[in-house]
Design a protein around this ligand. Structure first.
Ligand code: ZN
Ligand code: ZN
Length: 345
């Protein structure tokens, strides 16, 4: 995501900011414009300092979810268009769970802003139960909660907001990374699958690349466990993650989530005017050679060049790789499928 600028003092602003660190102007995010704006300090209702038309108020979740999104004054809902998609959340009295909820809502706002930027529809399930999406953010303390998607309802176990817990699970599962935003990007992929693949007439192309999703979960899962137990089996030849080998739907969700990572990372780099030169440029081009000619090719090339440099930067300050992934030719072909499904090419 691109950074923003304060219309009052020109300070650099980030998506989650609710006041300008330089001039103190209150800030609010306008979802329909996908823009963070400084607000006039003397107006009620709220108005944008840069002259963007409209009268606004703050989302009612400003304190519980640290939500900085604005709502049109004549909107009958108290919550913004992101917060109102959450149908289940912890009680205000559960302090730890509310903190985890705020973390999850921040990731969700980032997800929704990106989906709008990509032109993907986000339909409120309370308005359209057949085609809409909603979120259930549940604390697994005292109950069993499984992160997942079912018919438009995305459930997130809020213990995923706890850094120590999440890191423990990540190591247990041998994952390259694990984040709340990554979970949400994965689950929303399941929501979009019927819309972007089946309804769009891409079912046969999907099966040729990802496998037949009509196969039962049990059969696919058994193959997943058998395959991963084989000596010498390398999931990374065909899949972006080990979890993606579970079922064609999981493969789609992992690939789609990865596509959103790349799209968002590139958008951010664009906002900062980042570009890389030699040797990462030529290394990135060499690594992406199989993607040349695909629709996603130029994107993958820019991404690989950039992440080669960023990994070098991370190592130079003693950190692990910022981007600990390898994109095989087959994975790039799957990313190309996702790219065409998202852009309608
Ligand atoms: Zn300012
Ligand atoms: Zn909100």
């Amino acid at each position: 995501m691109q950074p923003f600028r304060c219309a009052v003092c020109d300070q650099l602003l980030f998506f989650d900011n609710s006041s300008c660190l330089s001039c103190g102007s209150p800030l609010g995010f306008l979802p329909e414009h996908n823009r963070l704006v400084a607000l006039q300090t003397d107006s009620s209702p709220l108005r944008a300092a840069d002259g963007t038309p409209g009268d606004f108020r703050r989302c009612a979740n400003l304190s519980t979810a640290r939500c900085n999104w604005l709502v049109a004054v004549d909107d009958t809902e108290a919550l913004c268009t992101s917060c109102r998609l959450t149908s289940v959340r912890p009680n205000d009295s559960e302090v730890d769970a509310i903190e985890a909820f705020a973390h999850a809502e921040a990731a969700k706002r980032r997800l929704l802003a990106q989906l709008r930027h990509l032109g993907l529809p986000v339909i409120d399930r309370s308005v359209d139960e057949q085609r809409g999406v909603s979120f259930e953010f549940l604390s697994s303390r005292g109950q069993n909660v499984i992160t997942g998607h079912e018919a438009g309802v995305i459930t997130l176990d809020l213990s995923e907001s706890d850094d120590a817990h999440r890191e423990f699970v990540r190591q247990q599962l041998g994952e390259a990374y694990r984040t709340v935003l990554g979970h949400l990007r994965h689950e929303i992929a399941h929501y979009y699958w019927p819309m972007l693949v089946l309804d769009a007439g891409r079912g046969d192309d999907f099966r040729a690349l990802f496998g037949d999703e009509r196969e039962s979960y049990e059969t696919a899962m058994q193959r997943h466990y058998d395959r991963n137990a084989e000596a010498g089996y390398d999931w990374s030849i065909d899949h972006v993650s080990q979890y993606a080998t579970m079922h064609p739907w999981e493969d789609w969700a992992e690939t789609f989530a990865h596509y959103l990572h790349i799209d968002s990372g590139l958008d951010t780099s664009l906002g900062f005017g980042l570009s890389v030169g030699e040797p990462s440029l030529s290394a990135g081009t060499a690594a992406a050679v199989s993607s040349i000619g695909t629709a996603v090719g130029p994107m993958v090339q820019r991404w690989l060049s950039l992440t080669i440099a960023l990994n070098g930067m991370a190592r130079s300050i003693g950190q692990g790789d910022l981007y600990p992934f390898v994109l095989s030719p087959k994975v790039i072909a799957k990313l190309d499928f996702v790219h065409r499904a998202v852009t309608g090419e």
